[in-house]
Design a protein around this ligand. Structure first.
Ligand SMILES: Nc1nc2c(ncn2[C@@H]2O[C@H](COP(=O)(O)OP(=O)(O)OP(=O)(O)O)[C@@H](O)[C@H]2O)c(=O)[nH]1
Ligand SMILES: [Mg+2]
Length: 414
């Protein structure tokens, strides 16, 4: 779309069909309808939401039993939800916040030490379902969002500010959900008591670093309104399911002997402000904050936890495989060990046998040698004897020497 200055520069003339004619450039410029462009986005979004039925805005109401949760939700939505609660708290359901009632009221009796645990579990479960859906390989185009976008924490007007259980519960939940503190049944205290109570509650939450939801002031269109409402926190509401007729109107109210409290009268109750802030001005911010802040924390913690679990699983697997390998090789080594031992024994046995043969052979040879030596000695003795006998015989019979014998000296001289 062109601005008016640009239109003037181009020296347009506009014909009946809303066409801008520029005689110099011979161009036709079509002027857009006012609802074309970014302005139409909101309607497109609404149409899509209506078509896909995917819009959800989930509110949780927390507070001690009988503090006025059911009456407040009825007053907030100007309806009468089916409250099946039986007041011993074995079962209670309200359509909009059925899960919460179910969780809180069923478990409060057994979890008195940590009353926030079932609530935290419930909140985490909704986040987990969303994360599951997001991590699917084939994701649906619209994920069913059951995450809690706003938690109205109802505080009793009687007592001296926040109870320990309130502080512990809020502290535990403030990273999981947008907490909006609300003083319930504010008609039970005077205006000055209420001012003191609000101040006390805020200071106790500050001291305990409880992060409640603050209405955003960065959008100039709502900055002032949200700023004012931030300074009114916690909202002090009156709720009722009774009606009186004022003029031609049916008005939700609480009637007392001394007068009537109108639930939707801004000078009697902050209910209208709460409804406006929650369901009109900041609904989108609550949804966005849930997604970008609380869900993001949950998501990164879960992914971190997932990777740690995977790492632990992997290292356990590696350790197991390593142990299996060690055992396998140990078995192989010990089998080889036995085999080698057997071979060694066999060699040793063979060696022993050969050694024995060798020793026996050697002994036999030795014995033979001794015998042979004895034979030699015997022969030598006989030889000597014979020689001795020859010499004696020769002397006795004087055998003449052979004159032709070479040994005869006479024959040589010739
Ligand atoms: N004075 C006063 N009484 C209220 C207000 N809201 C509710 N009550 C009364 O408080 C009582 C309990 O209200 P519920 O709305 O049932 O409280 P609840 O927190 O839903 O109670 P459980 O579901 O039993 O835990 C009823 O008698 C209501 O009429 C209020 O703003 N002012
Ligand atoms: Mg109830």
């Amino acid at each position: 779309m062109l601005s008016s200055e640009e239109e003037a520069d181009l020296n347009f003339t506009v014909n009946e069909d809303n066409e801008h004619l520029n005689p110099e450039r011979e161009e036709r410029v079509i002027r857009a309808d006012p609802d074309v462009g970014i302005e139409s986005l909101a309607q497109q979004y609404v149409n899509r939401v209506l078509k896909t039925n995917c819009f959800s805005f989930n509110i949780m109401l927390l507070g001690q039993t009988g503090v006025g949760k059911s009456t407040l939700i009825d007053s907030l939505f100007r309806v009468k939800f089916n409250d099946n609660s039986c007041h011993n708290h074995c079962l209670s359901e309200v359509e909009v916040v059925s899960n919460y009632y179910h969780l809180y009221e069923n478990d409060i009796h057994i979890e008195l030490d940590k009353p926030y645990e079932p609530i935290a579990k419930y909140l985490d479960k909704q986040m987990e379902e969303y994360l599951d859906e997001e991590l699917k390989i084939e994701r649906r185009s619209e994920i069913k969002d059951t995450r809690v976008h706003a938690c109205l924490y109802l505080i009793s007007p009687v007592g001296h500010g926040l109870k320990e259980i309130d502080l512990v519960t809020m502290k535990e939940l403030d990273t999981k959900v947008n907490i909006i503190p609300v003083i319930a049944k504010s008609d039970l205290i005077t205006r000055s008591e209420m001012i003191d109570l609000k101040r006390k509650i805020m200071s106790e939450m500050d001291t305990n670093s409880i992060g409640i939801y603050r209405f955003p002031v960065d959008d100039p269109q709502v900055a002032q309104m949200n700023g004012e409402n931030n300074s009114l926190l916690p909202f002090a509401v009156v709720a009722s399911n009774q009606f009186i007729t004022i003029g031609d109107r049916e008005v939700r109210s609480r009637q007392y002997p001394w007068g009537t409290v109108e639930v939707e009268n801004e000078s009697h109750s902050d209910l209208i402000r709460l409804r406006d802030m929650l369901l009109r001005v900041n609904m989108n911010d609550l949804k966005e904050r849930t997604h970008s802040q609380h869900y993001e924390i949950y998501r990164s913690e879960r992914l971190d936890q997932y990777w740690k679990e995977r790492q632990r699983e992997l290292s356990l697997n590696m350790k197991r495989e390593e142990n299996e390998l060690i055992t396998r090789y140990k078995n192989i080594f010990s089998a080889k060990d036995v085999e080698l031992k057997n071979m060694e024994n066999e060699l040793h046995r063979k060696y022993e046998k050969m050694h024995k043969h060798f020793i026996e052979g050697r002994d036999m040879l030795e014995a033979e040698r001794v015998l042979l030596e004895e034979d030699i000695m015997c022969l030598n003795r006989r030889k000597q004897l014979l020689r001795d006998m020859n010499i004696r015989d020769a002397r006795e019979y004087q055998i003449p020497k052979n004159p032709k014998s070479p040994n005869n000296p006479k024959s040589k001289s010739k």
